[in-house]
Design a protein around this ligand. Structure first.
Ligand SMILES: [Cu+2]
Length: 347
């Protein structure tokens, strides 16, 4: 009798202790989670500040792309449902690209380890920012810095008015962006640390982290392959970066009886151009020079060269091409190596 009461009391106590500890552990977990959310927010904030100071000039005010490609693409994003291995792959790709830069392109190297200006911790902050798509924070950083710029302009202006001197131009947010004229002063990254793989790039570009539900996967599979814009006879339409950051979209064959009207348009913020080359060489085996451009002299005969086209830039030209196979490519440093080329057969 007594013992059974004792046992009951024991069980009761144990139960209370269990509730107490259970509650404690749950609370601790919540606290730890809140702390890590808070910590993450702190880190991506630092990433945004670094991005404002070092990257917006080439990659756009909120990662939309400018001289460098867009970085606000979904394929760089990870979500809670992204498998660990895949997330690591994206992380490594971005981390290495930032660390080493891109050889043969304007993308500088950043890691102190290779002579750049950032610690690996700082690079980590920026990579986190890109993978979490926190462009809102970059927007805030821009605004904040811009306000300071405006304030000092106000002072300069008041001063000029007092002295009757020339009033300086009001700063614009877009002053942060490099223009194509600035590229004359940019240097091409000479060498990376050999960590950049073309296959990894293709794999990452194919990622669709927000299309996990089967309906959209089916839709993507059913979608027709990209085709060149419907054009009137005699008009050859070549679209740059319409179906991918380094894609050239044009018909595989083009029938003509004489003069061809060539219409080329760049769909990306990243600058591209077009060359039409007659060559006996294989399209993937053109010789390149130390500028990471196709060595035109050695490659064959260039029959058409467009201007360097900014976002939305178009050009139209007449040319006559004999029947045969030609290579269309972009000769912005590094782009041929990124497979920005396509063959076309003129019939
Ligand atoms: Cu290009």
């Amino acid at each position: 009798m007594n013992t059974s009461k004792q046992v009951n009391a024991m069980i009761g106590l144990l139960f209370i202790a269990f509730l107490f500890f259970g509650g404690y552990i749950a609370r601790e977990q919540l606290r730890a989670e809140e702390a890590s959310v808070h910590q993450n927010e702190e880190l991506v904030h630092r990433g945004a500040e670094l991005f404002h100071n070092n990257c917006v000039s080439c990659h756009g005010l909120v990662g939309e792309g400018n001289i460098g490609p867009a970085l606000n693409s979904d394929f760089f994003r990870t979500t809670e449902s992204t498998p660990d291995g895949e997330a690591r792959e994206v992380y490594t790709y971005l981390f290495n690209t930032l660390s080493c830069g891109r050889s043969g392109a304007y993308m500088p190297l950043w890691s102190e380890r290779f002579g750049g200006s950032m610690s690996e911790t700082q690079i980590d902050y920026i990579v986190k920012l890109i993978m979490q798509g926190r462009w809102d924070l970059v927007g805030h950083a821009n605004e904040e810095h811009f306000e300071h710029k405006l304030e000092s302009w106000e002072i300069q202006k008041a001063d000029a008015e007092r002295r009757g001197g020339a009033i300086p131009d009001r700063p614009e947010l877009t002053d942060y962006l490099s223009t194509i004229e600035d590229t004359a002063n940019l240097s091409v990254t000479a060498d990376n640390c050999g960590q950049y793989s073309m296959d990894t790039r293709s794999k990452i570009y194919a990622r669709t982290p927000f299309a996990a539900d089967t309906s959209s996967v089916d839709a993507a599979q059913d979608a027709p392959a990209p085709v060149a814009t419907e054009a009137p006879p005699g008009v050859l339409v070549v679209d740059l970066a319409k179906d991918g950051p380094y894609a050239i979209t044009a018909p595989d064959t083009f029938a003509t009886t004489g003069e061809i009207t060539l219409q080329v348009k760049n769909y990306a913020a990243l600058i591209h151009n077009l060359r039409v080359l007659r060559t006996d060489l294989s399209p993937d085996g053109l010789p390149t020079n130390d500028q990471a451009m196709v060595d035109i002299e050695a490659a064959g005969e260039i029959l058409y060269s467009s201007d360097d086209l900014q976002n939305g830039g178009e050009e139209e030209a007449s040319l006559s091409l004999d029947p045969g196979t030609y290579v269309l490519f972009c000769n912005i440093p590094g782009h041929y190596q990124l497979r920005m080329y396509k063959t076309i057969t003129i019939e």
